[in-house]
Design a protein around this ligand. Structure first.
Ligand code: AMP
Ligand code: MG
Length: 487
């Protein structure tokens, strides 16, 4: 295990030069203090978890000091925001500090969010508040624990620096980790600014470093785009299966790696609601829960447009055509497993759709329903869950189909069923109100709740003693919390 000063840097993106990013030093926060750190993320850098408690850790990740080998850069990109093209965006409040590689040879970008103004700050102050930093931290690590590809978070550092939002809050920084911070919007930027040389350099960079296996294919860039389509289809299938709503699926928030990225007003569903809009600035519901599926394809089309210098339009269209069938296959596979099924039948899609409709009409808790369904035999479980539904006749009809389907699926014990289902149906999910409780405590200087919640969510499938309060439906106040875009 390594000490903080033993990290090994190799800043590959910085070496692309000034057309791609600008050197900017972080602007330190006052009186930095550790709010929370992720031991699992520390392990990605081979860091000894004990270093998180040292003063130099808080100084490094609040902009006071830097490694000699770090090269802090603000990246330039653009993107489609809510469907309209914005010609220039970029890291307005975050800096790529450098790239570190671990003993296993994996590279990790260290990205410090909330690090102050950059040439891309536009009207913003370059800051992030404690509230949004905690939300990003918790979501990154919780998604990862659920098996949903995501950027990771090393730590949140709080401070006494005042930051003005609707009211005065405190500045914080979150250290984000990802194998790359390149977004769809990077490609769009060089395409729409008509910089073919830089665009070719970017494409080569992504291919060589992040999709090296595609170089073996007859058309490497096409193979790479196909892989991006496949990864997005799988990621979004997992969002839908677990009730994750991203909230701002602008193309500048879509990772070229197919990982969940750039968290804003995200939410996990409490009650199942296909039309749920977690971002209260999203008046049209462009990024509503069920719209995430077609928007995934829309975003990939925007990327495809930016890749037309490298790939024929016909080939791009064909690759885009893979998205929906792949999405559906992944989604159905996951939902079958959530229902405890091990085999596939043609009508399974219908079985899932009927259930979701019933859940929607009755406002059934999405996470707890599946968890309880696996607690006992299908017959006992549906009998117990019946009370949660308003349309009893509708539920009974579904339950009969389900029990018959389970009987056809195979002969296994209640114990086998429980083990298998609990391994895919989390008991704990990052509910907005749980995050809100942790944030309220942290804002008054008590970080124990954030740390506990993070701990619970790092093992979402395992029932943890004394943690019953994290496996409850939200209280009324916690159901419709308003979360806005950038904070
Ligand atoms: P987001 O909605 O967080 O993905 O941000 C969209 C764009 O606005 C990105 O270019 C961000 O860097 C920038 N941005 C968001 N918040 C701030 C802020 N407080 N200060 C400067 N830039 C910001
Ligand atoms: Mg963003």
């Amino acid at each position: 295990m390594k000490a903080l000063d033993e990290l090994t840097f190799d800043n590959r993106f910085a070496r692309l030069g000034d057309a791609f990013s600008t050197h900017v030093l972080p602007e330190p926060l006052d009186e930095p203090r550790l709010v929370v750190a992720s031991n699992a993320a520390m392990a990605l850098l081979d860091l000894d978890p004990a270093v998180a408690e040292t003063p130099v850790f808080a100084e490094l990740f609040s902009g006071h000091t830097l490694w000699a080998e770090a090269e802090p850069r603000a990246m330039v990109y653009s993107g489609h925001q809510f469907g309209g093209y914005t010609p220039q965006l970029g890291d307005g409040r975050g800096l790529l500090l450098g790239e570190v590689y671990n003993a296993a040879g994996e590279h990790w970008d260290l990205h410090l969010k909330g690090a102050g103004m950059t040439p891309y700050s536009r009207m913003g102050d370059g800051r992030a508040v404690l509230r949004s930093s905690i939300r990003e931290f918790l979501a990154s690590e919780a998604l990862h624990a659920l098996g949903i590809p995501s950027s990771r978070a090393l730590c949140v550092i709080g401070s006494s620096t005042p930051v003005w939002r609707e009211k005065q809050e405190r500045g914080a920084m979150v250290l984000r980790l990802a194998p790359s911070h390149i977004r769809f919007g990077h490609f769009e930027y060089f395409y729409y600014t008509k910089k073919p040389e830089q665009q070719a350099e970017l494409a080569k960079h992504v291919l060589n470093l992040h999709y090296p296996e595609c170089r073996e294919q007859p058309e490497p860039y096409l193979a790479m785009f196909r892989e991006i389509v496949e990864r997005n289809a799988e990621m979004i299938a997992k969002w839908q299966a677990y009730g994750f709503c991203h909230g701002v699926m602008n193309t500048d928030n879509m990772s070229i790696l197919g990982i969940t990225f750039d968290f804003g007003p995200f939410a996990f569903l409490d009650d199942f609601d296909a039309h749920f809009i977690c971002n209260h600035s999203d008046h049209e519901g462009r990024y509503s829960f069920s719209n995430q599926v077609p928007i995934g394809q829309w975003n990939l089309s925007a990327l495809a447009q930016a890749l037309t210098p490298f790939i024929s339009v016909d080939a791009l269209k064909e690759a885009l055509g893979l998205y929906l069938p792949l999405y559906q296959a992944h989604y159905l596979d996951l939902m079958r497993r959530r229902l405890g099924l091990t085999t596939a039948e043609d009508d399974d899609q219908k079985l899932v759709e009927q259930l979701l409709k019933l859940m929607q009409n009755s406002g059934v808790d999405y996470t707890l329903f599946f968890r309880r369904l696996g607690d006992e035999s299908a017959a006992l479980a549906v009998a117990r869950l019946r009370d949660d539904f308003v349309d009893l006749a509708g539920f009974d009809a579904w339950a009969e189909l389900y029990k018959a389907r389970v009987a056809r699926d195979g002969d296994y014990s209640e114990e086998q069923r429980r083990t298998r289902m609990h391994a895919v149906n989390p008991l704990y999910i990052l509910r907005n109100y749980l995050a809100q409780n942790a944030i309220a405590a942290a804002e008054s200087g008590d970080y124990s709740e954030v740390r506990r919640l993070h701990e619970v969510l790092s093992k979402p499938f395992e029932e943890q003693a004394g943690m019953e309060q994290y496996a409850q439906r939200p209280p009324d106040w916690g159901k419709h919390l308003e979360i806005s875009c950038s904070s």
